[in-house]
Design a protein around this ligand. Structure first.
Ligand code: NAD
Ligand code: MG
Length: 403
């Protein structure tokens, strides 16, 4: 077997590390690393560079340059710092690229990788949410193969078995329901970042863990699925499945329902994308169905999880609405993780931003410059709402102390 060249964008994250875990377990000559990138955490990135010896290592945070310089001095390893260095890394020729940067920050590097026309394993769902039509058009133009890594979309890709999704009756994304699946709204109002990040089934990065707790993750995934499989959202359903054993289903017109199952471990969908169209071996825990005994399913509750309907409405509204939804959600999740706003404020900030950002949302996104400008404007609006809610919460706390 010839050596495949690999780049990993977002190498220090949950998906990036899971990808490197598979590569480390493979034959020495199976893969050669071209580029590794990260946003921050230069020491961790340097340790990965020393282990995997990529042709180029890039960190987005320019202030981290001295750390990389010191750690990689005398190693012969080439590196760069700043967001342009991350894009430069993505431009280097590699047969297979993992796009695992979190958030809209991943859009520009992921696009640079898509433009090379090779294989892109896509975990960075936010890139598709904010610029789906342009992104898919860029992939068609370059001839790139886009393989879904998000477990639900990867499952659906497998369950389609080469059939065109438009010939299926519908697809179903499963959701664990997150850590607050059974909590009341009053309980949820009190939840802190640590509670939200403690996902019951999947260990993931902080942002997607919070998205999972609000179920915005599933909202983003509905939009992701519509773009990846060219489907209207009326053909994309969501089903809560607490065990997270079935990752996605396709209902064919003949009534057959094909599901893909596996342990909740991202290494399985990543390995599928890495091996495709072949299979690669992993040491992921095998399912013991007899021990599991039962799999359960129920419909999501729109009252407690408004984020899902917000995402569906934004997709239906079209234009830049999904971009506004995504940008506002990123700002709101960040404010929540930093202790500035409460858990229920996240969906409220997104809803307010969608209403206030109607002007941006209506605007067409004809090119990526328009995407980046609209993203910046949507963030400005969302930050205003987050700041107001944070001030309100601080005022309430002070009032409480005075009493
Ligand atoms: P994470 O937070 O663990 O890692 C994110 C990576 O992106 C890190 O390497 C970080 O350094 C890098 N990064 C952050 N900001 C950056 C910036 N401004 N510029 C360049 N790099 C930056 O996130 P994750 O959980 O690995 O998720 C990554 C992506 O994969 C997300 O889009 C997420 O929705 C998607 N995803 C994750 C999982 C999972 O199980 N973790 C499953 C499905 C999809
Ligand atoms: Mg998913």
């Amino acid at each position: 077997m010839s050596t495949r060249t690999i780049s990993i964008l977002g190498a220090t994250g949950s998906v990036g590390l899971a990808t490197l875990d598979l590569i480390a377990a493979a034959d020495r000559d199976a893969y050669r690393i071209v580029a590794l990138t990260a946003g921050t955490r230069a020491r961790e990135l340097a340790a990965l560079a020393l282990k995997f010896r990529p042709a180029f290592t890039a960190i987005a945070d320019e202030t981290a340059a001295p750390v990389l310089a010191e750690a990689l001095a005398g190693t012969g390893l080439s590196w760069g710092a700043g967001s342009d260095a991350v894009i430069e890394a993505a431009r280097l020729d590699a047969d297979w690229t993992m796009a695992a940067i979190v958030g809209a920050a991943g859009l520009a590097p992921t696009l640079a990788a898509v433009a090379r026309g090779k294989t892109l394993a896509l975990a960075n769902k936010e890139a598709l949410v904010c610029a789906g039509p342009l992104f898919m058009q860029a992939a068609r133009a370059s001839g790139a193969t886009v393989l879904p890594v998000d477990s639900e979309h990867n499952a659906i890709f497998q369950a389609l078995g080469g059939c065109d999704a438009s010939a299926a009756r519908r697809i179903i994304l499963t959701a664990s329901g997150g850590p607050f699946r059974d909590n009341s709204l009053a309980d949820m109002a009190r939840m802190r970042p640590d509670d939200a990040v403690a996902h019951p089934v999947w260990p993931m990065g902080a942002k997607i863990s919070v998205d999972s707790a609000t179920m915005m993750n599933k909202g983003l995934e509905v939009i992701e699925a519509c773009h990846l499989f060219a489907l209207p959202q009326s053909q994309v359903d969501v089903l809560i499945h607490p065990q997270s054993i079935i990752h996605g289903l396709v209902e064919h017109v003949d009534g057959g329902l094909i599901a893909q199952m596996g342990s909740p471990d991202m290494r399985t969908p990543i390995a599928h994308a890495l091996g495709w169209p072949d299979r690669v071996e992993t040491d992921v825990a095998r399912l013991d169905l007899a021990a599991l005994g039962a799999l359960t399913f129920f419909a999501p509750d729109p009252q407690r999880f408004p984020a899902l309907s917000l995402a569906r409405s934004a997709f239906e509204a079209g234009g830049a609405s999904p971009l506004v939804l995504n940008a506002a959600n990123e700002v709101a999740v960040d404010a929540f993780l930093n202790g500035h706003v409460g858990f229920l404020d996240i969906a409220a900030i997104v809803e307010d931003s969608l209403a206030e950002g109607e002007g941006i949302a209506r605007g067409p996104l004809n090119d990526f410059d328009a995407v980046f400008a609209a993203d910046a404007e949507a963030r400005r609006i969302a930050l205003g709402f987050a700041t107001a809610r944070s001030a309100q919460a601080a005022g309430l706390a002070q009032g409480g102390l005075a009493r």
